[in-house]
Design a protein. Structure first.
Length: 331
């Protein structure tokens, strides 16, 4: 906001003093005050919020770091290369450094010294240069060959580059092993989760059948209401998990396992629809039960052969359509 000038402030104070001396009501002073300057919308709002990679406004990183972007680009570049490519890059760096040592021997005072004499420019000298390059890259350093002049700079650069590249190769091997272990752990956990879905669905069906028997035997309504709330809540959780399995492309489930889950879902929906039809008109539906039934119906409507974004076998499509049709009976 723009500040008032000094002259305006002085005039305003003088006018205020005159009004006070004249015993006029002070509330009228505000009417004579100069209008406040309007705020600039661009100054108040400021620059727009950052957008994340997913396109969500305000979810971008708050701190801007060029070094972090550079680190990420280097890591992405290493991640995109295979282990063989990194190993060939390591070998190439050694060969190029050996060639540089040999060319330095041609220059005279900027090459390698072996047994107190400069390295020769013949094939034997080229072999000794490659030997020194491999020794430098592996950080062994026997000391039988010593660099002089520019060759020292090349040796330092080669040692640093070779260590970094070879470290990336080792990290690739370790990362590959870790990925195998993580995949195995994920598979075991995923299989256990599928087994738990089937077990919970059988428990839901059993509970709903028990509540239906209570309804036929005219059991107290409050007891049936409590058990029905718990069963439907568990049912919604397993239905949501199954819906996520159908909509996520990376999760691959065997047809037999998924068909059994979908068949259990259809059976549970059928039992639930019959149970709701059996309940007396004066059955007290709690607010959580009403919300859960609405959520259950919405989730079931998203499970059908034409709704899911991926292609499934005809048997699975049959059970999906059965689930959607049975969910329409729930009221």
């Amino acid at each position: 906001m723009r500040k008032l000038g000094y002259s305006k402030v002085r005039d305003y104070r003088a006018g205020l003093a005159d009004w006070v001396e004249a015993n006029e009501p002070t509330e009228h002073v505000a009417d004579t005050a100069p209008p406040a300057p309007e705020a600039d919308p661009s100054v108040v709002a400021g620059p727009p919020l950052a957008v994340s990679q997913e396109g969500i406004l305000g979810r971008g990183p708050a701190r801007v770091s060029r070094m972090r972007r550079l680190d990420k680009s280097v890591l992405d570049l290493v991640q995109q290369r295979s282990t063989l490519q990194l190993f060939m890059l390591w070998i190439g760096a050694i060969l190029l450094s050996g060639l540089a040592y040999w060319l330095g021997a041609l220059a005279g005072d900027h090459g390698l010294i072996e047994a107190g004499r400069p390295l020769g420019a013949d094939l034997n000298g080229f072999g000794s240069a490659l030997y020194f390059s491999f020794v430098t890259a592996t950080s062994i350093g026997y000391g039988d060959i010593v660099p002089v002049g520019i060759a020292r700079v090349i040796a330092i650069a080669e040692a640093i580059a070779a260590l970094l590249i070879f470290g990336a190769v080792v990290a690739k091997f370790v990362s590959h092993r870790q990925e195998d272990l993580v995949s195995e752990i994920h598979r075991i956990t995923f299989d256990e989760r599928l087994d738990r879905i089937e077990t919970n669905l059988h428990m839901v069906i059993s509970e709903l059948l028990s509540i239906a028997a209570m309804c036929e035997n005219k059991a107290p309504l409050n007891r049936m209401s409590t058990r029905l709330d718990s069963a439907v809540l568990l049912f919604v959780g397993e239905l949501r998990t199954t819906r996520d399995l159908l909509y996520q492309p990376r999760l691959v489930v065997e047809e037999g396992v998924l068909a059994a889950i979908l068949a259990s879902l259809a059976s549970a929906l059928n039992v639930l629809a019959d149970l709701l039809a059996c309940l007396p008109p004066d059955f007290p539906r709690s607010q959580p039960l009403t919300i859960t039934l609405d959520l259950l119906t919405d989730l079931a409507k998203e499970i059908c052969g034409e709704c899911v974004p991926h292609a499934y076998t005809p048997r699975l499509v049959f059970w999906m359509d059965r689930i959607q049709a049975t969910a329409q009976r729930i009221k």
